[in-house]
Design a protein around this ligand. Sequence first.
Ligand SMILES: [Zn+2]
Length: 215
Amino acid sequence: MSTREMTSLSREPATDFLFDLDGGRACLDFANTLSSTSGEHLHGYADLVAFAEQSELITQAEADWLHAASALNSAEVEAVMARAYRLRSAVYAVFSAIAADQPVAQAELEALNRELGLALQHACVEWQPLGDGYHYGWNGRELDMPLWGVARSAAEVLVSHEDRLRVRECGGDACHWLFIDTSRNRSRQWCSMASCGNRQKAKRHYQRSRLRMRT
Ligand SMILES: [Zn+2]
């Protein structure tokens, strides 16, 4: 078991955690559900709902409702999954470009904006008497509800100068993990020191020792 998996398991509360949420923002975690190392983590609608619930984009009650409602409308579920995969590839393309300091492809921004437009139709602010004030909420329940918070999260990272400058893509071999670099000197290069960071260190050590052997 990797350190990342152990970290996830050690978290509160009691829900079964299925996803690594180490990206630092829901939209980046969503992009990371397709991993070049561990493969596809969104196998179907139930996974999409579980991701949104674990990321606190929807409540447990909303997740329960979505699981039940999805059983009654397979055609709409299929359409939502197609949109989820398109949104995920757009989020990855946009933030991968930003991490590399490259221009964002217009088609990818448009794909994100389509979902943002649909999401914002449901956006509201709510007073939470037991919380610390007003919070974003959603009006109504629809099967595409898990996508709303992802689109809003992506928009929030894009318009936040500070967040945008901290988006990174892991520098490990063939690892395309996206994350927010919260290190003090903004120098984090890898998704986690336990996996990619150590692999890179070992590789450099190996290359240095080979160089020394040649000289
Ligand atoms: Zn990595």
